[in-house]
Structures are given as structure tokens and as C-alpha cells.
Design a protein around this ligand. Structure first.
Ligand code: FES
Length: 156
């Protein structure tokens, strides 16, 4: 467990899920430079055909583990509480709450890190194995914006 670039312990799955709720839909793990959000069980059948196995492990447990780094030019992407999406402040890329791309100049959805969940419920994020985000057009959850956006979503 050596901080970013290695395996980062993120805590118990139940604590993380509570943290997502307390964070208004978003849980930040600074040491992993990652966001964790809810991945809805209803969307899993679609996700199974799209995401690699090492990413599905966490999704099957109800969480998406998402790199904070925008796949456009690398800015840290903040959450948008009103839309319940992510909105990059640098050039306006927008992503759903599970980091699937909706608008802006980014070339794909937000990148991911594999996570493992032990029998005791301890979540560990492997920040040394970034997995590129899903292609433009992938929208496994169909989540519409739940309020006003925090960025324009336009091209720069
Ligand atoms: Fe995020 Fe450009 S770095 S949209």
C-alpha cells in the first residue's frame, strides 16, 4: 500500500456507500485520486458487455471507481451536485455519474481503476493499472442530468 501509483485502501464497502450518500452522490478518495459513485444494479447486464472484468468487480458490488483525471487534457474533474454528473471545468466535458461521456471535447469516458473487495468488505483500489474509459456513446445507465449543469459542455 504505497499511495497513488500502487494499491490504495479505500475502506469498507459499506462505509464507502454511506460516504457516497453523505457526499450527495459522490465519494472522493484523495490518495487514489479517484471518485466513487453508485453503479446501479439494473444497468449491470449492459455493463457486462462493455467493461473489462477487473472493472466489473466493483460495479457488481454497486460502485464505480473512477479516475479524477479528465481524459481530455488531464484536469481534475469535479462532481456537479445539481446535475449529478461530472463536469470538467477546463473545457466543459460532461460525464454521467458513472463517468460515461455525454458532451465536450473528451475522447472517451472517464478512466477507471480496478478495485478488489475482500471477504471482510475492504475495498482496495489499484491505481497502478489505469483502464481507459469507455468509448463515446457508451451510456450504460441512461442517467439524464438531474438538474442544471456546472459546465457548458461545449467545445473550447
Ligand atoms: Fe477536461 Fe479538457 S481537460 S475537458
Amino acid at each position: 500500500t504505497g499511495g497513488f501509483g500502487g494499491s490504495v485502501p479505500a475502506g469498507k464497502l459499506g462505509v464507502i456507500k454511506d460516504g457516497v450518500k453523505q457526499g450527495g452522490g459522490f465519494f472522493y478518495v484523495p490518495e487514489a485520486r479517484s471518485w466513487i459513485t453508485v453503479y446501479p444494479a439494473a444497468a449491470l447486464p449492459v455493463a457486462e458487455a462493455i467493461y473489462p472484468e477487473n472493472i466489473l468487480v466493483a460495479m457488481r458490488e454497486g460502485i464505480a471507481v473512477i479516475s479524477q483525471q479528465c481524459p481530455h487534457l488531464g484536469c481534475r474533474v469535479p462532481e456537479c451536485a445539481t446535475s449529478q454528473w461530472f463536469g470538467c471545468q477546463c473545457h466543459g466535458s460532461q460525464y454521467t455519474g458513472v463517468g460515461e461521456k455525454k458532451a465536450g471535447p473528451a475522447p472517451r469516458g472517464m478512466d477507471r481503476f480496478p478495485a478488489t473487495i475482500s471477504a471482510a468488505g475492504d475495498v482496495t483500489i489499484d491505481t497502478g493499472s489505469v483502464v481507459p474509459g469507455p468509448a463515446i456513446g457508451v451510456n450504460t445507465t441512461g442517467q439524464e442530468a438531474e438538474g442544471p449543469h456546472c459546465t457548458s459542455g461545449g467545445e473550447h
